[in-house]
Design a protein around this ligand. Structure first.
Ligand SMILES: C[S@@+](CC[C@H](N)C(=O)[O-])C[C@H]1O[C@@H](n2cnc3c(N)ncnc32)[C@H](O)[C@@H]1O
Length: 277
């Protein structure tokens, strides 16, 4: 089959608008070659030979599965365990003890609810689960319940599976690696241990839409909004704030570009914002 050339500007604009409508991501024109290459993979997977035919096919009603695969192909899922370590240090050393002491006098103590919004292949929620499990004593019987969501079905599949290559766990401290992963016989893969998996529910979710769930004590929103335009960022931020309990925290990635939209929250650290009590 002949490989089609680069997307024309008109074709690029059509796909770009489509991506924007479905995810809130505004792809820069400078990414035209990258987007072309990613869409080429989808043409190949569907046995199609030109971009226009693919676009028509993608926009025919009932193409939800292909739309999910298309969005997977054009978004970036890069992530790692304990990415930006000071966020996790805060989580275990300050946040967990604060939650415990805040509710110490209550007879019924609800689980501490944490949302990893845009969790990609799971490294972020699993890092949170590791922190929670390592602090079992400090938690004094309080449960931690973690929700990991993403728009990418492929990323979520990997997250649910929880099996990682050697490269992905290289930077995890060796003792923690031994505690949290089961190594395969050939030493090539590392599977998350069941006691950590139990703490997490993975769910498909587009950040541009309201999440149907109880509000959270803490939300991690990191390395995702960087790709969104202002209007979409604003919408996501409003929805995230609605999903926080009073006194709940928002942990913000270093390049989200949303600091000026966080006025309803109180800044606690460069990366940390709290919903007023
Ligand atoms: C670079 S990863 C960040 C993963 C993790 N939060 C971290 O900081 O390492 C960005 C993730 O955002 C997801 N994403 C992009 N647009 C989204 C949307 N509208 N709703 C939910 N997830 C989205 C992508 O599928 C990708 O997995």
């Amino acid at each position: 089959m002949i490989e089609p050339d680069k997307l024309t500007r008109e074709q690029f604009d059509l796909f770009r608008d489509f991506i924007y409508r479905h995810s809130g991501i505004r792809v820069e024109v400078s990414k035209i070659t990258l987007v072309t290459n990613r869409i080429r993979r989808r043409l190949k997977a569907n046995g199609l030979s030109d971009f226009d035919a693919y676009y028509r096919w993608l926009t025919t009603p009932g193409r939800e599965t292909e739309i999910a695969s298309f969005l997977d192909a054009v978004t970036t899922n890069e992530t790692s365990f304990f990415r930006t370590p000071q966020h996790f240090a805060w989580f275990q050393e300050e946040f967990l003890p604060e939650c415990v002491s805040r509710t110490a006098k209550l007879s019924v103590r609800p689980p501490i609810r944490v949302w990893s919004a845009a969790c990609s292949t799971g490294q972020e929620p699993y890092s949170l689960a590791m922190c929670a499990h390592e602090n079992t004593l400090r938690l004094a019987g309080r449960q931690v319940s973690i929700l990991g969501t993403d728009i990418s079905a492929d990323a979520l599949r990997e997250a649910r599976e929880g099996i990682y290559k050697q490269r992905a766990v290289e930077d995890v401290d060796p003792q923690r690696r031994a505690r949290c992963f089961r190594t395969s016989a050939d030493g090539e893969t590392y599977a998350i241990r069941p006691h950590l998996k139990e703490l997490i529910e993975f769910r498909h979710h587009n950040l541009m839409t309201p999440l149907r769930a109880q509000p959270f004590d803490c939300i991690f929103i990191r390395n995702v909004l960087i790709y969104f335009d202002r209007e979409s960022k604003q919408r996501v931020v409003e929805l995230l704030i609605q999903s926080l309990v009073r006194g709940g925290y928002l942990v913000v990635g270093p390049s989200e570009g949303i600091y000026d939209m966080l006025a309803p929250l109180v800044k606690k650290k460069t990366f940390l914002y709290q919903k007023p009590l």
